[in-house]
Design a protein. Sequence first.
Length: 264
Amino acid sequence: MKSILSKFTFAVLMFSSFYCFAWGLTGHRVIAEIAQHHLSSKAERNIKKLLQNQKLAYYANWPDFIKSDTTGVWKETSSWHYVNINAQKNFQQFKDSLEAQKSPNLYTQIENLAKKIKDKNTSEADKKNALVFLVHLIGDLHQPLHVGRYEDLGGNKINVTYFGQNTNLHSLWDSKMVEDRKYSYTEFANLLDIKSKDEVKTIQGGTLQDWLYDSQKIANSIYFHTPKDSKLSYDYNYRFEATVERQLLYGGLRLAKVLNDVFG
Ligand SMILES: [Zn+2]
């Protein structure tokens, strides 16, 4: 029994790490670019120093690229990109099941990385890696299906077609829903980043757990509107256009908040 179970767990892990690729290139860069606009001057200075004057967007996808590394150094990071939780009735239940998860995941790692950066004993090289991961993972947290259900691995097992092409729900939300808008990442960031100071403050409010719960609620709506074998096209984009934009904007503003807290 034990070996069947461990084979099953292994298969699930292989499956999830193979398919989980997070917001595509543009999505992560839009989030990083919006955050860049909202850094405090102290955070901006400290980050510039760590990244040798490079901008956040340049590094935003690196934690996905290293999934192809064959040395095994980054292997343990593949589970950091998501936290799968089945739908919960309310925030308290969500929080309980989030905290019950012991293995490293999106939630535990965002907290760890922030601590690592604040720790005076962390080397500059490790601080830089932690920063890059933080930029990426706050992005992943705002792709709702990175806080999706266990049973379908955040939508990876829900096959759909999108304009006649075979794909799955997770991958559709990672990239196609963003890339199909045909904006460059800077164009998209500039178009979205138009909120007033007060609105920005409201969006940046709440805790990491609130933000995860927010994503899960959106994931539930996506699941509801996208049963398996759905044939999706213009009407699906129309329905979720505002959701995609909201998540990119909120991701960017909240990333700035986290970075200002950590580096400010
Ligand atoms: Zn990712």
